[in-house]
Design a protein around this ligand. Structure first.
Ligand SMILES: [Zn+2]
Length: 164
């Protein structure tokens, strides 16, 4: 999409770009290499002048370049050049805000990952097991599943001997 019709459309794309950044980096939250990645995305976002103008129309951060003191001593040869420069900062700011708003829970959904509630290790979804044992109906990793099933067996055996 080269232009957005509404601010809503623009921010929908910013959010999906932020999710892509999580997918591409495998990370969420603040870090230096993630910031580099976001800057690269901003670079490629403003290649087309039409898109840069559209960012400047829809972004709530259209003053970002001024706010960050990046306009000091700057002169531009055309309105297109000025829009491209300013849109870079506006889009980066929007993208970074959307990216850092993605918490661990959201990130794991985006990455199709699973955090074991028992050992707190993170796995691919396929590696996550489903505890179907009566005593602990929760989803845990396979390693924990084996341990917990064994514990459940012990609990069950103790229950049965109580009843017997
Ligand atoms: Zn586990």
């Amino acid at each position: 999409m080269n232009r957005w019709n509404t601010q809503h459309d623009y921010y929908a794309e910013v959010e999906s770009d932020a999710a892509s950044a999580v997918k591409e980096t495998g990370k969420w939250g603040m870090s230096a290499d993630v910031s580099d990645h976001l800057h690269e995305m901003a670079d490629s976002m403003v290649i087309y002048t039409a898109k840069a103008h559209s960012i400047m129309r829809h972004s709530r951060e259209h003053n970002a370049a001024y706010d960050q003191g990046m306009m000091e001593g700057k002169t531009f040869e055309s309105s297109g050049e000025s829009a491209t420069y300013s849109a870079y900062f506006a889009y980066y700011q929007d993208l970074a805000t959307a990216f850092y708003a993605i918490d661990e829970e959201d990130a794991l959904v985006i990455l199709e990952m699973f955090k074991c509630p028992n050992c707190s290790d993170i796995f691919n979804n396929e590696e996550g097991g489903m505890m179907e044992a009566h005593y602990r109906p929760e989803t845990v990793c396979h390693g924990c599943q084996e341990d917990l099933l064994e514990e459940d067996e012990d609990i069950r055996a103790a229950d049965e001997s109580d009843q017997g």
